[in-house]
Write a new protein. Structure first.
Length: 337
């Protein structure tokens, strides 16, 4: 065997050792961000900022990370109902104010209709790309990403998974295999970044989050106990070893005279609710939902359809954003198998 043949055989082996790279897209986080900041209107007066911005952002992160597969997790029909059953005030503060700051939409209703129309149209574009959209009725996109992340951790063929989102809830999923990329900061976040930036290991980030609450989802935290007090009284959160809710309450029992631990224990009922609302690691789904997600995970990436994509671009009058759709698709998605 020639030295050149040996070289190529070794190269092939190294390539195989690299394994697969996966992108998990938090669809609503990416869409809402673009809908909010991208004031793009077509010549016939239709707002398309959310849809066009999403596609451009999708192409950017695909080109940046060069994945073998992309999953895009959307909110299913009635996605918040389960959590609202657990806590009726969950996300009760949403949809009260306009998302956009400019004066294009005269009413909140008009804005909501445009948002829904753009999301529907976006799906048509995604069906022309080599990506796998996933939407399960009754589940939030976060739930889907949590489930897929759990399956990825078990798959030895996958070496790296990147969640694309600015949502801090996903920090609890970070591991040696899974990282987060924030489009807002254009930064990748790993285990050491969570420890440095938040004072907790990703394995225990959920405990800090549960105590703090989440104002964006209208979930209350323990009054008077902020990040500094949490980290001061719970240094265990820095460790890789799991510090769960039972560990938290056990420590409260060990310090009955501490005002901080007394406040936490008094808030136990709400903290248990918070954990059910916030955790993405310990979720349980129906066999039916599992089958839907497993089928999507195991499906092959569809072949891109540049001609159909171009037809949509021409129909929607967004040619200035995609002057050469075929070239854009090839440049952005050529790593996908």
């Amino acid at each position: 065997m020639s030295k050149y043949q040996n070289f190529f055989n070794n190269l092939k082996e190294e390539t195989n050792k690299e394994g697969e790279k996966i992108l998990l897209i938090d669809a609503m986080n990416m869409f809402i961000r673009n809908f909010t900041i991208k004031n793009q209107v077509t010549p016939n007066g239709h707002h398309v900022g959310g849809m066009v911005g999403f596609l451009i952002s999708l192409g950017y992160v695909s080109k940046l990370f060069r994945p073998d597969k992309i999953y895009i997790a959307f909110e299913g029909e009635g996605s918040s109902l389960k959590r609202k059953f657990i806590y009726p005030k969950y996300k009760a503060n949403r949809n009260l104010k306009s998302l956009t700051k400019w004066q294009y939409f005269e009413t909140k209703k008009e804005e909501d209709e445009s948002l829904a129309d753009q999301l529907d149209r976006l799906m048509s574009y995604l069906h022309c790309l080599p990506v796998v959209p996933i939407m399960v009725d009754g589940l939030e996109g976060d739930d889907v990403i949590g489930y897929i992340s759990k399956q990825i951790e078990k798959d030895d063929n996958i070496v790296k998974s990147t969640i694309i989102s600015a949502d801090q809830d996903f920090l609890q999923l970070i591991s040696n295999k899974t990282q987060i990329y924030s489009p807002r900061k254009r930064q990748t976040v790993g285990i050491s970044d969570v420890i440095k930036g938040y004072g907790t290991h990703p394995n225990n980030f959920i405990i800090k989050k549960v105590i703090e609450g989440d104002s964006s989802d209208n979930v209350p935290g323990v009054r008077g106990i902020g990040p500094k007090k949490i980290l001061k009284h719970l240094p265990e959160l820095l460790n890789e070893d799991l510090f769960n809710m039972k560990s938290l309450y056990d420590k409260c029992d060990d310090h009955p005279l501490s005002p901080v631990f007394t406040s936490i224990k008094r808030f136990k009922h709400q903290l248990d609710i918070n954990h059910k609302l916030m955790t993405l690691r310990d979720l349980e789904f129906s066999e039916f939902d599992n089958d839907i997600m497993d089928k999507a995970i195991n499906s092959a990436s569809p072949k891109p359809s540049p001609i159909d994509f171009m037809s949509l671009v021409n129909s929607d009058l967004i040619n200035n954003s995609f002057k050469n759709p075929t070239s854009w698709i090839n440049n952005c998605f050529n790593s996908i198998k």
